[in-house]
Design a binder for this molecule. Structure first.
Ligand code: G4P
Length: 532
């Protein structure tokens, strides 16, 4: 135990999440600048899927290609090795984001001060709450006329069901935005556009009665700030870091990412309080991050769409011990030993073959089809990491084979694409009908294109009227079988052989739940992993 404690203590692995357009890409760039990884900053932008390109999925795929390079951005800041995992901005790839969240130890949530809590914010936070992921909130675009700051905090607390703790406090917004007061360090940071926000720009004001405050802000704003701070101090006091680490309290920063304002304050706090790589649950026991023996899991698979280069990259999160190049590790699901001669890391400066990696690190492994999402590698022990669930898709379509000569290719293609996590595959109960479930329409286009170009299989999709898939279980096998038979047109089997109920609408789902108290309906597949 504890052999790698220094390496572990040095690392922070996290993701920035937001509703599209709130400023995730911009904030990422600023972080990389602080980390000295300037070269990549431009690349972050090109990785972004353009809003207008929604029907042009080839453009999206091209950009997905670029996004491998920025999948994991590692940089050093003040002696800490920060691994920033990128998440796709486009909502149709939301499931990718959910899975990436299983590989991080904390998140920074960006909220647009004008729009407040948006649809995608809500769903991402639900996933964070499932895992008690520690959250820091960045309220962005303070240079715009946003919502009232108190209203905004209340809205976030209520909608996201998390308690907030302001760390900085804004002085106005929009064209009157004058800066933020750092409640923790007790200094005033005056707003100037495009600032480098170095330490020198802040003014130490330990006592808010200080006249200097009036000189800097004018009497009116200085007075308002004093009142606000008095109120906030009374309500919040010191940040309770343990509660943050437990995912119960989220520290909040105000700023403007595009102007690099308020960003450094947050980054400094982040490296001070964000969790080091955490211990993780498996099917049989908790794996302590300090264990000497290596373990890790695959949370993402990226396929190369160029038919001439059919390689895939599997992303491995190291959970304990030391990952080593050319060393044999145990692939638990396939029950075989595998080794990797060209594993690589994603240090922001260049993509490099690495010799070793430690907990919190993400390693890219070239894969020829051995991996699927959730696969676990160990030094011989038999367990699976849990907490990497499939979520219910939102759009369901039946696959119609247009070329019966290519049935074999189609089946192979469907299996491989769904292993990558592009979509979920269900087979109709007692039949052969294949149903694909995705989060967004775009994925169907991607699947259709890839089946044709990579497997030579031509398909068409027919819409089926389902809105949600629920994994069903029961303590009474007979009841489950009865329900399955009785509702057979709504029952399908997932790829791992588990039974799902496909509901036409919320009303149907609720009715079935009420009428069948012995059946449990689950919105993620997690229940089965825990039983392994
Ligand atoms: P995303 O990754 O979350 O989708 O958001 P992104 O950073 O791309 O930001 C979305 C838009 O908001 C961008 O403008 C960006 O410049 C702008 N933005 C980011 N931070 C701030 C801020 O603090 N204040 C203001 N006023 N705007 C901000 P765009 O016009 O969509 O793109 P671009 O042409 O600037 O690249």
């Amino acid at each position: 135990m504890m052999k790698y404690i220094n390496e572990i203590n040095k690392r922070r692995t996290f993701a920035i999440i937001s509703h599209p357009d709130a400023g995730k890409t911009t904030l990422t760039e600023k972080f990389l600048l602080f980390g000295g990884a300037i070269q990549i900053a431009g690349a972050v932008k090109s990785n972004k899927i353009k809003k207008h390109a929604t029907s042009d999925f080839m453009e999206i795929e091209r950009q997905r290609g670029i996004s491998v390079a920025t999948s994991v951005m590692s940089f050093e800041y003040k002696g800490i090795l920060v691994n920033l995992l990128d998440t796709p901005g486009h909502k149709d790839f939301a499931e990718d984001t959910y899975r990436t969240l299983t590989a991080v130890d904390s998140v920074i949530l960006v909220i647009d001060s004008v729009n407040g809590v948006e649809a995608q914010t809500r769903r991402l936070m639900e996933v964070c709450r499932m895992r008690d992921t520690p959250v820091i909130v960045f309220i962005n675009k303070m240079d715009r006329d946003g919502k009232n700051r108190f209203d905004l905090l209340e809205e976030i607390e209520k909608e996201l069901k998390i308690s907030l703790h302001p760390m900085t406090w804004p002085i106005n917004s929009g064209k009157d935005f004058k800066g933020v007061y750092n409640l923790h360090d007790k200094n005033l940071l005056l707003f100037t556009a495009n600032t480098k926000a170095s330490d020198d720009d802040s003014i130490q004001i330990t006592d808010l009665k200080n006249k200097m405050l009036d000189n800097k802000l004018g009497e009116k704003d200085a007075g308002a700030l004093r009142e606000d701070v008095e109120l906030i101090d009374g309500v919040y006091g010191e940040l309770n870091v343990d509660e943050y680490l437990a995912g119960k309290i989220a520290p909040v920063f105000f700023g403007s990412a595009i102007n690099n304002f308020g960003v450094k304050e947050m980054l400094d706090t982040f490296i001070r309080i964000a969790p080091i790589p955490r211990s993780r649950e498996t099917s049989i026991r908790k794996v302590d991050v300090n264990e000497d023996r290596f373990s890790g899991f695959i949370f993402k698979i990226h396929a190369n769409l160029d038919p001439k280069h059919r390689d895939r990259i599997a992303f491995l999160r190291v959970c304990s011990g030391k990952f080593e190049r050319n060393k044999y590790f145990h692939h638990v699901r396939l029950d075989k030993d595998v080794r990797f001669s060209n594993p690589y890391t994603f240090m922001a400066r260049d993509k490099d073959v690495i010799e070793e990696a430690y907990p919190g690190d993400v390693v890219g492994l070239f894969d020829t089809g051995n991996f699927k999402i959730g696969d676990t590698l160990t030094e011989g022990e038999e367990f699976f990491f849990t907490g990497i669930p499939s979520f219910s898709p939102e759009i369901f379509k039946e696959v119609v084979n247009k070329d019966p000569m290519k049935t074999k290719q189609l089946e192979k293609g469907l299996l491989q694409l769904t292993d990558e996590g592009v979509a979920q595959l269900f087979t109709q109960y007692g039949g052969n009908k294949k149903i694909i479930g995705c989060v967004g329409e775009l994925q169907f286009e991607v699947i259709q294109y890839r089946l044709l170009h990579e497997y030579g299989a031509s398909v068409q999709f027919n819409t089926v009227p389902f809105y949600k898939a629920c994994w069903i279980t029961s303590n009474d096998p007979k009841k489950l079988e009865e329900f399955t038979r009785f509702k057979s047109s709504n029952i399908a089997i997932d790829k791992d052989g588990y039974t799902v109920y496909l509901a036409q609408s919320e009303w149907f789902l609720n009715t079935e739940r009420t009428n069948n108290p012995d059946i449990q309906f689950h919105f993620t597949s997690e229940i089965h992993k825990e039983a392994v």
